[in-house]
Design a protein around this ligand. Sequence first.
Ligand SMILES: [Zn+2]
Length: 346
Amino acid sequence: MKAYRESSHATELNSRARALAGACPGSVNVDMDTLADYAGGYGFEYRTTPDPVYVNGLTRFLELFTRHQIKATLFVIARDARVPEHAAILKRAVSEGHEIANHTLTHPRRLAALSDEERRHEIHEAHAVLSDLAGRPVVGFRAPCYDVCPRTLDCLRELGYRYDSSVHPSMIAPVIDAAVILKSRFRKREVRRGSYLQMLASLRPYYPGAKAPWRGARTTERAGLLELPLSALPWSRVPFYGTWAQMTGMALFRKSLAWLRRFDAPLNYHFHAVELVGLTDADLDARFRVHPGMARPVAEKLTAVDEMLGTFNSQYELMTLERLAALYQAKLAETCPRTQGVPVPS
Ligand SMILES: [Zn+2]
């Protein structure tokens, strides 16, 4: 961590400068997919407890969040929160002000293809486990592999959720599906049932329609659950998130952020905790080498994520997704009188 220390005074000045400049709101969040999930995606079996994604990856993210004074959102698979070592790290995250959000019970890669009963169980059971861990009701959701469908949103409305953050308005979904099929040497041939049309969705928060999560609701239906789409670049729809940066490098990251800043949309940048796990530092199965960035040294990855967080912090007013959703609900209520506003949490 020594290589990227800076004084807390500088961080404080940054924060004051942002407030003075009326910075655009934004959020940084982490998907807590475990090694077992990645192995399944690439067509082999692997399970280790506690998982390095928690012990190494999440712990390193939490240290960086503390250093940059960032409150983040963690999308947790409830099955993993039942492991005592994982629960201890998640409770530490809660005590440090981070938000716990729902990433299903077992992380089915094709949530939209499940029966209504199975999908409901995945979402409701995870809600109970994670709310218990967080000590308050969880209010946000992300579908595994962005495979969101109207029936998933119905479940979230039943639970009174404030937001969904599954829509990825970039061309990444078909690219991921093709890469998984190729890297698994055609052992995996699953294709998502949620539509690829989400690549055409709005880049700004919106109330999703009843029939398609990637389309805005009619004026009279604008209330309740808000969609917080993941960040992607305007026009080109090039993705903008942690795994993509692992594949394409920091030069493209810097250029992409400069382009995104010209567009009036909040930042919704998501990492995966595995991005701060190294193949050698966690003594992993060599088959994980197929995953983007896994073979890179951890020190190099830490330096990159540290730069990303420092840059976000200097250009956006960062907050949890729950708070971001509440801000946009209030903002949309101002511009559309029929839209229902809700109080912003402190
Ligand atoms: Zn996931």
